[in-house]
Design a protein around this ligand. Structure first.
Ligand code: AHR
Length: 559
């Protein structure tokens, strides 16, 4: 089966080369740096080379009505014995608050284009029940009983989601149904959320159902994967729909940010043709962001491109699969730069920014914590390294990426949490978000890295992937460097130099494991968590040995 045949029926792969952020003059400088005897790697932080502000919205999440994300994950119900705030799992709210979740995307995904927001409003016992988009997915466990994950009960709707956002401090990002509802349904959803109290019938309804005050929702997705489950459109057809949906939408004092449904992975043709068509009617100004999705799923070492056969297990993998997954993740960089370049052919001033609103690892079924958790999977130290690499990539392209959302928040794909009934655990990916949250809103600085490429055997041939993967940000005298080491066996003794500033002190923490399959579980929730580390200072540089399979954060105070 090809990639997501279930939702589409077409395969496109990026297959582009990695484009590093290396700069020749700085590279020359780097090679002149005296390295400590044993150091085999160098990181140089260039304080005079700011890239841009790291949008807090890069630290976004995604919650779809899919398997155990909403029902069991977020929503436990108001009468549940599981501690909750108006039906929302309390432990999830508490853990999320800690990592500053800037934005949460809802209700899908593919589900969004089958969803009528009206069904999720009003008295809960009167709410409509409908077949969930994912009911017929081939990945369902045979043991999965019927329930709201297959037949949507709409117990969690717009008011509940907006409350969840308020409780966690996140901004809502709502995805409109472009495939099966009208433009009117869309702007009435905006009216329901944003029109001032007492001004419209929908504002009155909102006051009865949830909140008197407008939610001021800024981010609106105009469909989702419109090349596939979102309507199977051509880019030209989707551009016409996009224009119709966004042509007249009152803002109610909110600067609405519309996000267009971007390509299938690396499909540059979709981006080019959509931008060209939109521009014919001078409608580019109506778009704030262009969505891109990138899942790391094919660990077959090039043996197959089959969407089902190419996937591996979340926990039981070998060395080749470790590297293959991270190699897939590292394609994010070229996907960003390639799409950015194509967007720039038409949007010459780069008004429109990139929104990577689905990213993460996607494994075959089998490690879900409950049969009702469709696409649920465990998350190991490998996922943590993947998350560290990806967030670093976003920082290195802070001038291009305005928002992102890892897929998905809980019980689905690369989750930050696993939850079932009263059991709840933080995954290693959560810890990376916790360690990296400090970058939000800071200025991304260019880093220059030289480090040996880890080698492995790929389908019988020698292969390598990029070595240390880093990013840095500055806020006054506080410099933060985050580094992922994808090498399974070798620690990287590294000299770290800060150009244009003097180091006063340093401290840090690292997430690592000697077992490449290490993960947290309900039984062993603290197997993996970050530990404090000590870093050596020599003159104006630092020396640190990044452990194999690790994610590290250094907090450097400058004079
Ligand atoms: O995250 C799971 C699914 O992956 C989403 O619903 C869809 O947008 C993508 O194909």
């Amino acid at each position: 089966m090809k990639r997501r045949d279930f939702i589409l029926g077409s395969t496109v792969s990026a297959g582009a080369l990695l484009i590093g952020n290396q700069h020749t003059a700085a590279r020359r400088l780097l090679s002149l740096m005296p390295a400590p005897q044993s150091a085999d790697s160098r990181i140089e932080i260039l304080t005079a080379e700011p890239i841009g502000r790291i949008a807090p919205e890069i630290y976004g999440h995604f919650a779809e009505h899919l398997g155990g994300v909403i029902y069991d994950g977020i929503w436990v119900g108001e009468n549940s014995r599981i501690p909750n705030v108006k039906g929302i799992r309390k432990s999830l709210i508490d853990a999320l608050q800690k990592i500053k979740p800037s934005v949460i995307r809802w209700p899908g995904g593919c589900f969004a284009d089958s969803y009528n927001w009206r069904d999720g409003t009003g008295p809960k016992d009167k709410r409509a029940r409908h077949t969930n988009f994912w009911r017929d997915a081939p990945e369902w466990s045979k043991n999965a009983p019927d329930g709201p994950w297959k037949y949507e009960t709409n117990q969690f709707g717009t008011d509940d989601f907006l409350r969840f956002c308020k409780l966690t401090g996140a901004q809502p990002y709502l995805a409109a149904n472009l495939r099966s509802l009208t433009a009117r349904d869309f702007y009435e959803w905006v009216e329901y959320c944003n029109s001032p109290a007492g001004t419209t019938t929908l504002a009155d309804l909102r006051a009865v159902n949830g909140d008197r005050d407008p939610a001021k929702v800024r981010f609106w997705g105009i469909g989702n994967e419109s090349w596939g489950c979102g309507g199977n459109f051509t880019p030209e057809e989707y551009a016409a729909e996009y224009r119709r949906f966004t042509a007249w939408v009152p803002g109610y004092g909110v600067e609405l940010a519309f996000v267009g449904a971007g390509p299938n992975g690396g499909d540059l043709d979709w981006t080019r043709r959509f931008f060209t068509k939109l521009n014919e009617r001078r409608a580019l100004g109506s778009m704030w962001g262009w969505a891109m999705h990138h899942y790391s799923w094919n660990v077959s070492g090039g043996r197959t491109n089959d969407w089902q056969k190419g996937k591996g297990d979340a926990v039981n993998y070998n060395e080749e699969e470790w590297y293959e997954l991270l190699r897939e993740a590292d394609r994010m960089e070229s996907m960003i730069t390639d799409h950015w370049n194509v967007m720039g052919e038409i949007d010459r001033t780069h008004r429109v920014k990139l929104v990577v609103d689905e990213w993460g690892a996607w494994f075959r079924p089998g490690s879900e914590v409950d049969p009702t958790h469709l696409l649920g999977q465990q998350s190991t130290i490998r996922d943590a390294v993947l998350a560290g690499m990806t967030l670093n990539t976003f920082h290195r392209h802070a001038d291009k990426v305005a928002m992102a959302a890892i897929a998905q928040l809980v019980n689905c794909l690369q989750s930050l949490f696993l939850a079932h009934e009263d059991k709840f655990v933080l995954t290693p990916t959560y810890h990376v978000f916790d360690m990296f949250a400090v970058h939000q809103g800071k200025t991304s600085l260019r880093t220059m890295v030289t480090s040996p490429r880890p080698s492995y055997t790929r389908n019988g041939e020698a292969a390598t992937i990029r070595g240390l993967n880093s990013s840095a940000s500055l806020d006054g005298k506080q410099l933060v460097l985050t580094v992922a080491n994808p090498d399974l066996k070798t620690a990287r003794e590294t000299e770290i130099a800060v150009r244009g500033a003097t180091i006063s002190s340093v401290k840090g923490s690292a997430l690592t494991a000697t077992d490449m399959k290490a993960h947290n579980s309900f039984a062993e929730p603290n197997n993996l968590s970050p530990r404090e580390i000590s870093v050596r200072m020599t003159g104006n540089s630092l020396v640190y040995s990044f452990p194999p399979a690790s994610v590290t954060r250094l907090d450097i105070t400058l004079i």
